[in-house]
Design a protein around this ligand. Structure first.
Ligand code: MRU
Length: 353
């Protein structure tokens, strides 16, 4: 079976609009929606219709392409682009990929001569967004190829949240490693953390693994410790939303707990990321902004209230795993080991984040 038959596309550029697979409807419904302006892209990012660090960067880049050069407006094209840039860049704070992609798009303007027409600028922006998208697909494939040797035959792998094609241009990060180990005939089995409160593990990762024919079992997050003790977990693989110079890693809430459990049980804990997720401007994780989301996400499951409506709720979407708890980082440049201040800078590009 071809890759495209089993690997979902989270987003597709259609020139006049951006088409995304609405991830809030999965696994029940495969609904594609069309986004026609940057504000619709911002709302889709906020609502997690498109989500995952690399995917929101790609979506935001295409969002700028939805500022039309020929529109009747008080503001000129560049002013409208800058306004869209501000709106998109403040949609979600934790994943650095979002601002990395937007800044890369805006740098295109600096490379063009000042008398160039809005139509030509628009064409250059579309070309840059498509490059960001294609590069991410290639980097995710390399992550999978670089990481698969870490996976023993018949391995039991535990993963958290969703790090697959849905979260990236294609293949994913941690899930790309699993997918490539599977293609090599290693026959992995995956413990899929449900990932409360929004269930990216049970709704999205299980759906992707099912389509790829990879053996898996869904558990609730609170079962992970017991599974490590009583069943077999050979390796833990997660993705990342932002990694700092010392290896501190922001990822979906619950990742930190897994890293502590991995240390206690002596299980290798690897994080997979493309270079667009590395933030060379931060020395440690304390400076990473952590998104807090609406209390309703914790208060209810679907439309059913699971908490008294006036109980206070704390809902951080991410946590920080200390670099010292991470065995290694699987990247497009190879697997990087401590000391991270020395190994991670290979991921730094000249682009400011
Ligand atoms: O809130 P989400 O669903 O966007 O969070 C996503 C994650 O935390 C992923 O693990 C991370 O982005 C890695 S994606 C390849």
């Amino acid at each position: 079976m071809s890759h495209s038959a089993i690997i979902p596309q989270s987003l597709v550029w259609k020139n006049a609009f951006l088409e995304i697979l609405d991830q809030t409807q999965l696994p029940g419904k495969e609904t594609y929606i069309s986004l026609y302006n940057p504000e619709e892209v911002r709302e889709a990012i906020l609502a997690l219709k498109v989500r995952g660090a690399p995917a929101i960067g790609i979506a935001a880049a295409y969002g700028l392409c939805l500022v039309k050069p020929d529109q009747d407006s008080e503001l000129d094209y560049i002013e409208r682009l800058e306004e869209a840039y501000q709106r998109l860049s403040t949609s979600r704070p934790t994943a650095v990929n979002l601002n990395w992609a937007l800044k890369r798009m805006m740098r295109v303007l600096e490379t063009l001569s000042s008398d160039i027409s809005p139509v030509r600028i628009h064409q250059a922006l579309i070309a840059e967004a498509e490059r960001i998208h294609e590069e991410d697909k290639r980097l995710c494939q390399l992550i999978g190829e670089n990481g698969r040797s870490l996976i023993p035959d018949q391995a039991h792998i535990l993963t958290h949240c969703n790090t697959g094609s849905l979260a990236t241009g294609q293949f994913g990060t941690a899930l790309s490693v699993i997918y490539h180990a599977h293609l090599q005939g290693k026959n992995p089995h995956v413990w899929v953390d449900e990932t409360r409160p929004l269930l990216q593990g049970s709704r999205l990762t299980a759906w992707e693994l099912m389509r790829a024919g990879i053996c898996h079992t869904v558990i609730t997050d609170s079962m992970a410790a017991w599974v490590m003790k009583k069943k077999k977990v050979d390796i833990i693989l997660t993705g990342a939303d932002r990694v700092t110079q010392n290896g501190d890693t922001a990822n979906k809430i619950g990742t930190y707990a897994l890293s502590v459990l991995a240390k206690h049980h002596g299980i290798p804990f690897y994080v997979a990321l493309p270079s667009s997720t590395y933030d060379h401007s931060l020395s440690h994780g304390d400076d990473i902004p952590i998104e807090e989301r609406d209390a309703t996400e914790v208060r209810s499951t679907g439309n059913t209230l699971t908490t008294p409506v006036s109980s206070p709720v704390f809902n951080p979407a991410f946590d920080i795993t200390p670099g010292r708890f991470i065995t290694g980082f699987i990247t497009e440049k190879g697997v990087l080991y401590p000391p991270y201040e020395q190994s991670l800078p290979v991921l730094a590009d000249t682009s400011e984040k």
